[in-house]
Write a protein that binds this ligand. Structure first.
Ligand SMILES: [Fe+2]
Length: 360
C-alpha cells in the first residue's frame, strides 16, 4: 500500500532529472538502485560516466581505457514503514523503479542472499535471472566481492548492468569483500559504511566488514579497526535481544569446507562465542565460491559465494557440524513469517539445493 502523496513527493524531488537531462557528454551506466533503506528513509542512486581516460606506454598509443564515474544520490526522509514506493530518477522508463521500506512490527517478508559476483558475468547474470524468476525479495543482501577490483572503474558498470532488473525493484544492502580492496568507489557508489545494521520486521540484520586485510595500512590500523567494529557488534547484538531473529552478514566465513582455506579467517572464528552468547539466529557469508551450510551450537552458518566467481571444491567438510556442502553456483532465499523463518538454497537452474527452518 502506498500513498499518492508519497509518490508525488518523490516525483517532485526527482524532477530536476526528469526527461533524461544530464551534463553534456555524461551517460548513465548503472542503476537506478536504492540503498540505506530504513523505516523512514532511503537513498536512490545511479552511476554516471562523465568521460574516459586512456593510457599507453608511448605517445598517442592507447592501451587501456577506464571511465570517470560518479554516483548521483537523492535522499528521501519522512517515509512510511512497510510501504512500497515508486520513483523516477534520471529520466524515462529506464530511471524508474520501486522499493519497500521495512515494516515496523511483525510481518511476512522475504530476502535473498548471494555473493562473489566478481567474475564470469554470464554466470552472475544467470543467478540474477533465477532470483527474478524464483524469488520475490523485499530486499537484497550481497555477501561481498561484488567486483574483481573495487578500484577499477571499468568493472562497476558491468556489475550494475547485470544487477539492473533486481536492484530497481528491491533495496540493496552490500557487504565489503576483499576484492573491493576497501576502495573509495565502493563507499561512494553505494553510499556505504564499513559496518551497519537495520531492522526489517522482526529481524535485526547486521552487516560487518570482515576484510581486515584491507582495513588499514598498518597492523596497528587493522587491529584498531577490528577492535572498534567488534565493540560495535557486541553492543548491537546486545541491543537487539528483543528481535525475533538476529542475522549477521559478512564476506569471510568463520569455517570452511575448502581444505586449503580452513583456519584462514581466525578473526571471524573468534566471533563465534559472541554469536552464541547473544543468540545469533544465522550468519551468511561468502568468499568461498560454493555452497556450505553448518549448524554449530544452535546457530546456522551459510556460505553463499556462488554468484559468478570460479567455483572451489568442498573437499573437507568439517565433522559434526556440516549440514550440506556443494560445489555449485547458488543463492539463498529467506522467508520470515512471524516467529518462524524458512531458508532455502537454490541453484540458478531452479533446482533446490538445501532447506532449513528457524524458530519455533
Ligand atoms: Fe573473497
Amino acid at each position: 500500500m502506498w500513498t499518492l502523496v508519497a509518490v508525488a513527493a518523490i516525483l517532485g524531488a526527482a524532477t530536476p532529472f526528469a526527461g533524461g537531462q544530464a551534463p553534456a557528454g555524461a551517460k548513465v551506466v548503472g542503476g537506478p538502485y536504492v540503498v540505506n533503506v530504513r523505516a523512514q528513509s532511503a537513498t536512490v542512486m545511479w552511476l554516471v560516466e562523465s568521460g574516459q581516460a586512456g593510457l599507453g606506454t608511448a605517445p598517442n598509443v592507447i592501451e587501456k581505457t577506464a571511465p570517470a564515474l560518479h554516483a548521483e544520490r537523492v535522499n528521501f526522509s519522512g517515509l512510511r514503514p512497510g510501504a512500497t514506493y515508486y520513483y523516477d530518477s534520471f529520466g524515462g522508463d529506464a530511471g524508474k523503479g520501486s522499493f519497500k521500506t521495512p515494516p515496523a512490527g511483525p510481518a511476512q517478508f522475504e530476502f535473498v542472499v548471494y555473493g562473489d559476483t566478481r567474475t564470469r558475468h554470464d554466470v552472475h547474470r544467470s543467478v540474477i535471472a533465477a532470483i527474478l524468476k524464483y524469488a520475490h525479495p523485499d530486499f537484497v543482501m550481497h555477501t561481498g566481492d561484488l567486483v574483481a577490483d573495487g578500484n577499477d572503474t571499468s568493472l562497476w558498470p558491468i556489475f550494475f548492468d547485470v544487477e539492473r532488473e533486481l536492484l530497481r525493484k528491491a533495496a540493496f544492502y552490500p557487504s565489503l569483500g576483499n576484492h573491493e580492496r576497501n576502495a573509495k568507489n565502493y563507499y561512494q557508489f553505494l553510499d556505504a559504511r564499513p559496518y551497519y545494521s537495520f531492522d526489517w520486521g522482526s529481524a535485526h540484520c547486521i552487516v560487518i566488514n570482515s576484510d581486515i586485510g584491507n582495513a588499514g595500512a598498518t597492523r596497528a590500523e587493522k587491529d584498531a579497526f577490528w577492535e572498534a567494529q567488534t565493540r560495535w557488534l557486541e553492543e548491537d547484538l546486545r541491543d537487539s535481544q528483543k528481535a525475533g531473529f538476529r542475522f549477521v552478514f559478512a564476506h569471510h566465513p568463520p569455517m570452511s569446507a575448502v581444505k586449503r582455506r580452513q583456519g584462514g579467517n581466525p578473526h571471524m572464528a573468534a566471533l563465534e562465542p559472541m554469536f552464541e552468547k547473544y543468540r545469533l539466529s544465522a550468519g551468511f557469508f561468502g568468499h568461498d565460491h560454493n555452497y556450505q551450510h553448518y549448524l554449530k551450537d544452535g546457530i546456522h552458518y551459510f556460505i553463499t559465494g556462488g554468484g559468478g566467481a570460479p567455483l572451489y571444491d568442498v573437499d573437507a567438510p568439517p565433522a559434526g557440524i556440516t549440514r550440506k556442502v556443494e560445489k555449485t553456483e547458488n543463492f539463498v532465499v529467506v522467508q520470515v513469517n512471524g516467529a518462524k523463518a524458512h531458508i532455502e538454497a537454490w541453484k540458478p537452474n531452479g533446482e533446490k539445493l538445501d532447506a532449513a527452518d528457524l524458530g519455533q
